[in-house]
Design a binder for this molecule. Structure first.
Ligand SMILES: [Fe+2]
Length: 188
């Protein structure tokens, strides 16, 4: 029989895929440093971070898990939820800067590549630390706080979000996009 779902199970699983694509991003930055930029693969990473990590994943945290935790007594202001929301916003900013630098890189020159490198390294550092905090602090609190009926309701709502299209892409499409990147640049 399948294990009962937890309030954070699907989110923790998504973190693992996001971390693997962050490793791809790091490999792409190392190639770039050696003068071998793969801008198409960088664009695919940006698409994955924008639609999977932000719209699909952060969307479930911000719209479903965090309000559930607030309802159970964790204040929105001045605590871990405020920190997580702030970091989501910072991450969005870095991804937007990466997208703009990639657009500008089409015109040639080293300046957009430097901007791309800087934004991507900032995003890497931010998101790895952010996921570590969620997995080891906030999500442990959530697993303690949300009871079985609350968890079943939340998981049903997660399923609804996961079934959406994100700018025309399903979650499955985005997982395939990640799989292709991992096939080319991921660790075995
Ligand atoms: Fe997360």
């Amino acid at each position: 029989m399948a294990e009962p779902r937890t309030p954070t199970g699907v989110l923790r699983e998504e973190h693992q895929l996001i971390l693997r694509v962050l490793d791809v991003l790091q490999a792409l930055l190392e190639k770039g440093e050696a003068g071998e930029w793969d801008l198409d693969a960088m664009r695919e990473c940006v698409e994955f971070f924008r639609l999977f990590a932000d719209a699909c994943h952060h969307g479930k945290e911000e719209d479903l898990l965090f309000p559930e935790l607030e309802a159970r007594g964790i204040p929105r202001e001045g605590g871990p939820i405020a920190v997580m929301l702030f970091e989501h916003k910072q991450g969005r900013g870095f991804v937007a800067r990466m997208a703009k630098a990639l657009e500008d890189a089409g015109g040639g020159g080293v300046e957009p590549l430097n901007r791309l490198d800087h934004a991507a390294r900032s995003y890497l550092e931010l998101l790895r630390a952010h996921i570590n905090k969620e997995d080891n602090v906030l999500f442990n609190m959530a697993d303690q706080m949300v009871d079985r009926p609350g968890c079943e309701l939340l998981c049903g709502q997660y399923d609804v979000v996961c079934a959406r299209h994100f700018e025309g892409r399903t979650k499955e499409h985005l997982e395939i996009l990640a799989g292709n990147l991992l096939g080319r640049y991921g660790h075995p």
